[in-house]
Ligand binder design. Structure first.
Ligand SMILES: Cc1cc2nc3c(=O)[nH]c(=O)nc-3n(C[C@H](O)[C@H](O)[C@H](O)COP(=O)(O)OP(=O)(O)OC[C@H]3O[C@@H](n4cnc5c(N)ncnc54)[C@H](O)[C@@H]3O)c2cc1C
Ligand SMILES: *[C@@H]1O[C@H](CO)[C@@H](O)[C@H](O)[C@H]1NC(C)=O
Ligand SMILES: *[C@@H]1O[C@H](CO)[C@@H](O)[C@H](O)[C@H]1NC(C)=O
Ligand SMILES: *[C@@H]1O[C@H](CO)[C@@H](O)[C@H](O)[C@H]1NC(C)=O
Length: 526
């Protein structure tokens, strides 16, 4: 407690000085002033926090997950707009367009490159922070919910399970992830083998488009609705709310964590896991792997009881040596706490805590694997994760089941048929180190892995955003499609990226909603 309080304090102090030092010279002071005046007409003044305000630093930092992007020199917004009504969002879009000020949308602020609240290049922009629009309205009888973008997935899990403990939703593991960004990029989680990604369960959405109109699925049309469900945040407007199909979970689920050292057969277990976890286990069972300190941690969620799970593990995966003592039975809601580092008695209310820890710098990258990596290669891979300073970990997320059986073009998320698992590389280093510079380790391990992962393109997951794979270039006033293909085809595949770009060309041809990896507009010549 004491440690986290002093950390928060250090952060607040640090922010005050870096903001003072890094207020960028505005390229168009006039239009900024006019933009703010325009906002004043449509948004109550207490909901527009400008750089001069004493609360600017804390409001801007409120949901930031990665302290690298709080460092001095970061390009910051002119103001943060904190809407409490759709009309405020519409006003921000209309004022922004009228006065040439772009908007960055922020829901949970967990973007890996901080694109929801900082710009890589000098530019004048405003942040629309949706944290104030976060209600979760559950329709128990229909097993659906309308979830506002500013809700965290933890808040969503809590609201859904409190309404009906037999209902849940397939989404990510970290409770502070925002629904807005998470759903915009897909939504990988521990139930995707049974129920698919978050976006596979989105039924409707409310979006404010580049003309400031508020549209539902029917009004926006088929391609637009398709693009919102995984085409990446920012590009297609500001999604305010999502209607989702809730899924059934049993009253008791079972979790386990089993760790294997090299001497205990970690290499053989991971080698077998690669083809077992995505294909030869029941869809109710998800086992992910974390490789760190030359050990493999097998983390599992089973939608059933320990009695049901034991024979499955005994016959399919005896290498783990799982016994009844490894089982933890609990409610599904409690399992979301457990998997995130809690225990079976941690109060589920921790899921409502929106405060993020800022104690480490991190940098992540991703890959997909379609062909199992031989054990001799795993012998060489494990030493990369030796716990040395600057070295980190990998997380392997099994696909297959429902997520793998949906056609690649059904949503913009293309990593479906034939995918065994996703790899996420995580480098982390303490904020007490003098510099937020990324250690070479992550670049080197990523290069080492090239022969083992998909190629042409080397696929990546848009929600694990990585600017190393490419950034937009502007040509003729809009971002270039040709240039965007470099990173876009990795995230979405060639066909989906083209469809996203054509959709962007239809709904935002002038490319108002733009960031370093937004979808470029492609205007069909047909
Ligand atoms: C600790 C941690 C754990 C994670 N675990 C998982 C996981 O288990 N599974 C998984 O799939 N991912 C996971 N992620 C990645 C996460 O899904 C993405 O970072 C996601 O984009 C975060 O959404 P956000 O709303 O918090 O982010 P933000 O930073 O607010 O937004 C991300 C992007 O979407 C845009 N955006 C945000 N809201 C909207 C909106 N309402 N309308 C339009 N565009 C919008 C932003 O402008 C930005 O470009 C994790 C991330 C972290 C930091
Ligand atoms: C937004 O304002 C309108 C008009 O005043 C009102 O009808 C609506 O309920 C408000 N929405 C929210 C989410 O408060
Ligand atoms: C990288 O992933 C880890 C594990 O999910 C997460 O804690 C961290 O915040 C991520 N990094 C960034 C830059 O957000
Ligand atoms: C919320 O989470 C933060 C960051 O992990 C932690 O410091 C804080 O103590 C938590 N607050 C409560 C009330 O649990």
């Amino acid at each position: 407690m004491a440690a986290s309080t002093s950390l928060a304090l250090v952060l607040a102090v640090c922010c005050c000085c870096c903001y003072a030092a890094s207020v960028a010279p505005l390229s168009s002071a006039d239009s900024s002033g006019e933009f703010l005046q325009c906002l004043a007409a449509g948004v109550p003044s207490q909901l527009v926090v400008t750089r001069g305000s004493s609360s600017f630093a804390s409001v801007l930092a409120s949901s930031v997950r990665n302290p690298r992007f709080l460092a001095p020199g970061t390009v910051r917004p002119l103001c943060v707009v904190t809407p409490t009504n759709a009309s405020h969002v519409q006003a921000a879009v209309l004022c922004g367009r009228r006065h040439g000020v772009r908007l960055r949308v922020r829901s949970g602020g967990h973007d890996y490159e901080g694109l929801s609240y900082r710009s890589v290049r000098q530019e004048v922009f405003a942040v629309v922070d949706l944290a104030g629009l976060r209600s979760v309205r559950v329709n128990r009888r229909a097993a659906t919910a309308w979830v506002d973008s500013g809700a965290t997935v933890g808040e969503m899990y809590y609201a859904v399970a409190k309404a009906d403990a037999g209902l849940a939703f397939p989404a990510g593991l970290c409770p502070t992830i925002g629904v807005g960004g998470h759903f915009s990029g897909g939504g990988i989680g521990m139930m995707m083998r049974k129920y698919g990604l978050s976006v596979d369960n989105v039924l409707d959405a409310m979006v404010v488009d580049a003309n400031g109109r508020l549209l539902d699925k029917k009004a926006m049309g088929r391609d637009y609705f398709w693009a919102l469900r995984g085409g990446g945040g920012e590009s297609f407007g500001i999604v305010l709310s999502w209607k989702v199909r809730l899924v059934a979970v049993p009253r008791t689920v079972t979790v386990f964590n089993i760790q294997k050292t090299l001497a205990q057969g970690a290499v053989d277990a991971v080698t077998k896991w690669q083809t077992l976890a995505p294909a030869a286990l029941p869809d109710e069972l998800t086992i992910r792997v974390v490789v760190q300190n030359k050990q493999a941690l097998f983390q599992s969620l089973y939608l059933g009881t320990c009695d049901q799970l034991l024979p499955v593990m005994g016959s399919r995966f005896p290498e783990l040596g799982m016994t009844r003592a490894d089982c933890r039975e609990m409610s599904w809601l409690q399992s979301m706490v457990y998997i995130n580092g809690g225990t079976s008695s941690t109060p589920v209310e921790v899921l409502l805590n929106r405060t993020t820890s800022l104690s480490v710098y991190t940098k992540n990258k991703s890959d997909y694997v379609k062909q199992a990596i031989p054990s001799a290669s795993w012998e060489k891979i494990f030493p990369w994760f030796d716990g040395a300073a600057g070295a980190g970990l990998i997380i392997l997320e099994p696909h297959g089941g429902r997520v793998g059986s949906i056609a690649d073009g059904n949503t913009p998320y293309p990593h479906r048929s034939g995918v065994l698992y996703n790899i996420q590389y995580v480098a982390f280093w303490p904020t007490t180190t003098a510099t937020p510079a990324v250690p070479d380790w992550i670049k080197n391990v990523h290069a080492f892995m090239e022969p083992f992962v998909t190629s042409n393109p080397r696929d990546a997951y848009v929600n694990y955003r990585d600017l190393d794979i490419g950034e937009n270039a502007v040509a003729g006033g809009v971002t270039s499609y040709e240039n965007g293909r470099v990173w876009g085809e990795k995230y979405f595949g060639a066909a989906n990226f083209r469809r996203l770009a054509l959709t962007k060309g239809k709904v935002d041809a002038s490319d108002y909603f733009r960031n370093e990896q937004s979808i470029p507009p492609l205007v069909s010549t047909k």
